[in-house]
Structure formats: structure tokens, C-alpha cells
Ligand binder design. Sequence first.
Ligand code: AMP
Ligand code: MG
Length: 428
Amino acid sequence: MIDIGEAQRRVLEDIPVLGQERIHILDALGRVLARDVKAIRDVPSRDNSAMDGYACRYEDVVGAEPSRPVDLRLIGESRAGALFGGVVGAGEAVSVMTGGVIPDGADAVIKVEDTFRDGNRVRCIRGVQKGTYIRTQGEDVRAGGVVLKEGCAIGPPEIGMIATLGHGYVHVYQRPVVGILSTGDELVDLDEPFSDGKVVCSNTYSLAAQVMEAGAIPLSLGIASDSEEDQRDRLADGLRADVIVTSGGVSVGKYDLVKATLADVGMRVKFWKVAMKPGKPLVFGTIGTKPVFGLPGNPTSAMISFEQFVRPALLKMMGHRALFRKVIEARLAKDVPAEPGRLHLVRCKLIEENGRVWALSTGTQSSGALRSMVLADGLMILPPVRDVFPKGSQVRVQLLHTSRPLVHESPFWSDELFREEPDLARMA
Ligand code: AMP
Ligand code: MG
């Protein structure tokens, strides 16, 4: 049995980064740039106005005040998109709208609020400096420079920047297809009749959702019975995927055959069993260069093992550099029992109070209890050294959802879980 850090290292050292593809920028959200993006022109391409007002020569109005106004003569207009062709001379002004190109001869903009207009006369009651309210050519981006580097994760701002630079397509790393196989004689799929003693195969769906959330493409290989033949056939079918993920059948029960059938289809085992709870009976190996993850069948064990091993691997394949979820420090709101010898990942809620974050177990930590995953904001990382982690102690928590806020106002939680709880502030 190896520890979780060592297991992650062994997984990641075997994971290849996929090839590149060229896609439309609107398909690039969440993808990773496979090539630098360079500017083919300056942005903005010309000096332009940051305000609605008048372009002028700054020496003309530098000393203007309400008691000493300066009058300029209006000679034209420069709108965003429609240039003024002439030159601004001494004592002259051209009306400019925000984004309008600054005409030749002008070197400042006086904003409309600092002027009074009467026909062709523009009375200025404030001074300006050289360059006031001018966005200079190339101030955002210089032609020829690298604006976004290979390895950059593409979000909405990056898409806007790439569009600004005039590129409609970008080179990104490919996304892996992940074959997902559930195993177990007790499993029925959603469209099959349910009877007592059966279990709805939820792993195919939770794992597919995790694959999609990571940005990869799930491919269901269905449900295999606990028979070597059925498992072999479906795994053989799964070889068209880039990654294979199975769930169930990797423990030491009589019908846990997945390790053996994976070996039959050519998997070289890199490790089996990780010193963690939940998720101990995990097997990892490769078929050729294809990574194969045999996850335990318990729904939460499967999801938590996916988080620790499969997600970082998929992110690496897609060119990401940040492979792990954010970890924060929190204090325990209650004692948390553990067993020495295995690292515990305890599903927890996070509650922020007076600038401090408290972690509270979601209740039952049974590996089958999916509800505890639904309620969880994160996983407490409890090192394998103690049998109880006392209330008030500092722990690290891996966040499971980057999008969920830390402050929860659900009355369910504050009522039910804090009913017999002492004042949190006094525990600090
Ligand atoms: P196993 O790892 O095959 O021993 O399965 C452990 C537990 O997880 C058993 O209670 C199974 O019924 C359950 N289980 C296995 N696979 C799935 C699945 N695909 N969906 C839901 N539960 C499952
Ligand atoms: Mg089973």
C-alpha cells in the first residue's frame, strides 16, 4: 500500500499531454493554449479618446479656469468609427466621442463637462495636460509581442483578448475521451426494471459528470456483470477511448475480478491500494500508453478517488498546469474521529464566521452515502497519525467546488448541526 502523494506522482509521471487541434475561439472556453498568441497589430490601433469631449492642443487650454475660460473654434467631429481627416491647429477643437480617433495636431481631450458650447465656439473652463484622456496606440497590446502564452487556460477574458487581436481560431490541446465502465451483478441502469436488492448504477453518471466538469469527454461502456468474459468484451470496446475508468470489483471479494480482467486486456499494474479512506482499493496501470484507473465501487469512494487521481491526470492531458484543487486552512467545529494508518478525506461543510473558516463533517462518512457528497464543500485532509482530531484544531481542506461560496445560510445546517454546539466565537 502506498500513500496518496506517492500514488499521485506515479499516476502523473505516466500521463502524456495530448496533441493539438485548431478550434474556433468560442469553442475554446476552458481549454488550454497549445501555442503562444501574438499580437498582429497594436491595440488600440490609433490614439483615441477616453471621453466624450473635444480634441485640442493642450497649450491652448492648459491654464483655463472658470474665471479665465479659453475659447476654441470647433472645426469638425471625430466619431468612433468615422475619422476626422483634417489637422487641429492653434485655437481649434474637434468634437470627439469615446473611442473616436484623435485627429492629427491634437494632443489632449477636454471632456464635455468642462466646456460650454455655443455654435462653433467651445468655451473651456478647466485646463488639460499633454495626453489627458487619450488612450495611446498600443497601450493595451504592442504588435509582435506574445500576449497569451502556451499553457494559458482560456476563460472569457482570454477569449476577448484573442478576438481583439483579430484571431478567430486558436491552437489548443485536445481533450481525452474517457471510457467509463461500471461493474457489478447488482447494478441496473436507469432504463432497466428495478427490483429489491438491486442498486441503480449511479457511478456511470457521477463519473461522467466529473469527466465533463474537468473538460474531458465521457464515453459510457455500460454495466459489466461480475464475469470475466463480459468485462473483457467491454474493456476491449473501451480501448478506443484515451483513458479507461472502471468502478467496482477491485477489492478482495470473491467476485472482484476487475484487476484480473484488466491484466487480460494488457494492463501493466503500477500500483494497487492507496493508504486513504475512502478509496483504498484503487488500481492504476497502463495499457500501452493508455492510463487505466480501476476505482472502487462505493459511490463516494469512486468520486473521491476520481478527484485525487483521475481529474489531475485529465487536466494534465489537456495541457493544464494547475492540476489540483485549492486547499485552505480551517478549524474543526467538532471532534472528528479517524483511524491511524490511513489518510482520511472527510467530507465537510465550510462555515465562515468573523473571518475564520470552520470545517464541519457532513455526518455519516460511509463510503456509500452519496448525500454526504451532495452536502460537502470540501474534504478535510486528516494525516494518518491520530485517532481523533479535536475540535478547534487547524486542518487543511481541499475545496471541491470553486464556484460555491463559503458562507452558507441554509437554516438546515445552522439549526440542525449547531443546536447543541457551543458558541463558535468562544472556541476561537
Ligand atoms: P464493489 O467495489 O464492487 O465491491 O462495490 C462496492 C459497493 O458499491 C457495493 O455496495 C456496490 O453495490 C456499490 N456499487 C458498485 N458499483 C456501483 C455503481 N456503478 N453505482 C452505484 N453503486 C455501485
Ligand atoms: Mg462489485
